[in-house]
Design a protein around this ligand. Sequence first.
Ligand code: ADP
Ligand code: XUL
Length: 541
Amino acid sequence: MSRSEDNRQLATPLYLGLDYSTQQLKAVLVDDNLHEIYSTSVNFEKDLPEFGTTGGCHKNGDEVTAPTLMWVKATDLLLDQMKADRIDFSKIASISGSGQQHGSIYWKNGSREILANKLNPGLTLYDQLQDSFVINNSPIWMDSSTITECRQLEDALGGPQAVADLTGSRAYERFTGNQICKIFKTAQDDYEKCERISLVSSFGASLFLGDYASIDYSDGSGMNLMDIKARTWAQQALDCCAIGLREKLGDLVPSFQPLLFLLITKGYVSSYYVKRFGFQPKCQIIAFTGDNPASLAGLRLQGGDVSVSLGTSDTVFVWLEEPRPAIEGHVFANPVNPTDYMALLCFKNGSFAREKVRDSCCKGSWETFNESLRSTARGNNGNIGIYFYDTEITPHAIGVHRFNAAGEKVESFDSSVEVRALIEGQFMGKRVHAENLGYNIGPSSRVLATGGAAANKEILQVLSDVFNAPVYTLKTENSASLGAAYQAKHGLLHASMSFKDVVKNAAPYSFAVAPNEDADKVYTSLTHSYKQLEEQVANSQ
Ligand code: ADP
Ligand code: XUL
């Protein structure tokens, strides 16, 4: 568990943002000016070893899951931690949150009744929700086991571009509709015993609401089931996926919508939390969303900016006014402006790949890793590496591939060349695919970096050089939970105030690094070579 608290007196009102991410559950409290005053987290692997996960998940070939009850227990632990830190829960005006995208939770028949009416404040959630899920291990975004279901959806709807035009993305293995389809086919009994399917985000909201929370438009865009323009369930896609799915999904709502309880009354925090922790009875629950949309809110992204998130997955996203769904990348509903969109690229080989090279080349030390970046030349003397330890999402390819300056395959690199090849390769890949989406990166662009690795200036320097643009960061590396806290306030005020006005007093960005003078010269041609090599690798598989 890690915590931080600044000395300022806890002012009132406060807004709570949560993030159910891949490796941890995080909480951020902000004051009325949206300044962060407290944060804490529960690390799934370290703080909940009884679930036996590595990095918050279980991998079994291409099937990747997380124990649903681990997230429940993490919620108990997080709140206990906040109580031990003497947080005055009665000052929290509203709560919102985010979750790793695409993961799914299968609530057993009768669980709504337990959530709404039977939670005993003397017991933990973990004790009381033991028997509430039909699938104990929730499939998560790293899963790539549904290629058959993806083909089925694309065949039924007229091909990959047709699925992208309708839902914002072609069929992807991790997208929830394809995951549900697999469960419908392989575990039909469980599917029938399930009364509600939540995303990780709406599952988190349900725990606090004491009822099934609606899925929001932005996270709903990551399912291959939502009509991206109409923002309604796409019946053709539902029909293709599973029988009776519409009822199990509930309604869709805007990402900053105050939720309802039992579809009628205002969605205040469940009385369980009022009695157990001292929350005020009128603490409003605002829809939770995906971690990437929440990050867009946390970074206060504007047109022209590009955000690069360096967490368990690496993602790149930009604000879009007009959706142009393509075979590559995703278009999601924008979480703060209901008529706009965001484009997202997801790279599976993010932090785990960096940690793997750190461990094999630098004895597990980020300091040695950084020394390797400092001691090697920009452009790595023409050496290029592609490090897809797990099947990559963008592009669909696997394996570690190293090339010398002549473009010939080589078996290995020296340790420091390997470190630079990894980081340059990761960022050249991001630049190539962002440019494929039509994004023009230039000296006037701002790169907003976030996620755990954004704490590392040497890594950010390579990012700045490859993108040839200045990089900015926020005080917190966790833009998702911060964005959720912003949305908590936005949700209360949205009828009278735009998101831009809500966040106008939020802490400014910090300038982190600027590109070196030779950056454009070095990386424009190297990125061109990288692009050709990556295409060669992807086409040969
Ligand atoms: P997520 O939200 O996806 O669970 P985070 O954004 O919190 O993940 O990022 C966690 C990752 O940050 C860790 O896996 C670790 O590899 C990386 N990280 C933390 N500190 C550093 C550092 N100094 N340099 C590079 N990476 C770091
Ligand atoms: C986005 C994606 C990941 C997860 C986990 O499409 O799969 O970024 O949201 O962070």
